[in-house]
Design a protein around this ligand. Structure first.
Ligand SMILES: C[S@@+](CC[C@H](N)C(=O)[O-])C[C@H]1O[C@@H](n2cnc3c(N)ncnc32)[C@H](O)[C@@H]1O
Length: 249
């Protein structure tokens, strides 16, 4: 079985090309295509970030700002969202400016592996669906941890592969066969392409960076109490950790 060509691309080029046509209906389709599980997974990330009782939060790869807005609403914190993809950011800007939403979310262009913030700026840092698009996940985790204050929380959401063989087989059929078709029917060509890209991209990511490598990267970045939860039979992976307090703090 050969992977779809986009799944073999890595890093910034794929992040720019895959998401170029998606912003308009991103959240609705992400919900539909994950059988509604995506919202539960995001809530878990928000809960992990809220444990830091944050006043200032960074949401990296914020896309249309769904997690950024949820963190602002849940915690009362000011939230900065960054993303490298301008169409996604424009969709996010339109959303955070809607009346009735907490006016505490600001968005800016930026890259996860070169954050434009000083050390120890944020009480919590969140990201969702980012690590498949960076060249060196461990270096990116270290960069995110750099911007956390000691005692602050890093919390993330990524797709994962169900560990149980029966569910893994069902997941494989869904991602390889149904997802491109459903994506295309619901969202047109751009969503057919992303439906075809997603499954092979997830499989390739965990072949290169298995779960123990992620856990090791978080610990090497200075995070303690690193934990994770597999959700929805393992289709989603929520992870969290707390930045170790420095000497004398
Ligand atoms: C699947 S979307 C997720 C958006 C959002 N986190 C959510 O859950 O709705 C992935 C996002 O990651 C962004 N992205 C990918 N690589 C990035 C990087 N190196 N730095 C910043 N953003 C990145 C993409 O532009 C895209 O908006």
């Amino acid at each position: 079985m050969t992977a779809a060509p986009a799944a073999r691309l890595r890093g910034e080029p794929v992040a720019r090309s895959v998401f170029a046509g998606l912003p308009a209906r991103y959240d609705r389709l992400a919900y539909l295509l994950s059988f509604g599980q995506d919202r539960r997974w995001r809530r878990e990330v928000v809960t992990a970030a809220a444990a830091a009782s944050p006043r200032l939060v960074l949401d990296v790869a914020t896309g249309p700002a769904g997690v950024a807005l949820a963190v602002a609403a849940r915690t009362g914190a000011d939230v900065v969202g960054i993303d490298l993809n301008e169409p996604m950011l424009r969709a996010g800007l339109a959303r955070v400016r809607r009346p009735g939403l907490p006016g505490r979310v600001r968005l800016a262009a930026g890259r996860a592996d070169q954050l434009p913030f000083p050390d120890a700026t944020f009480d919590a840092v969140t990201f969702s669906y980012l690590l498949r698009y960076v060249d060196e996940p461990a270096a990116t985790i270290a960069e995110l941890a750099r911007c956390l204050r000691p005692g602050g929380v890093l919390a993330s959401l990524e797709f994962f592969l169900p560990p149980q063989p029966g569910w893994r087989a069902a997941w494989w059929c869904y991602t390889r066969l149904a997802l491109p078709v459903l994506g295309g029917l619901a969202g047109g060509r751009a969503w057919f392409d992303v439906g075809r890209f997603l499954g092979p991209s997830i499989s390739a990511h965990y072949r290169l960076h298995p779960l123990p490598a992620h856990l090791a990267a978080w610990r090497e970045a200075g995070l303690t109490d690193v934990g994770y939860r597999l959700m929805s039979v393992g289709g989603g992976l929520v992870m969290w950790g707390r930045k170790a307090a420095g000497p004398g703090s």
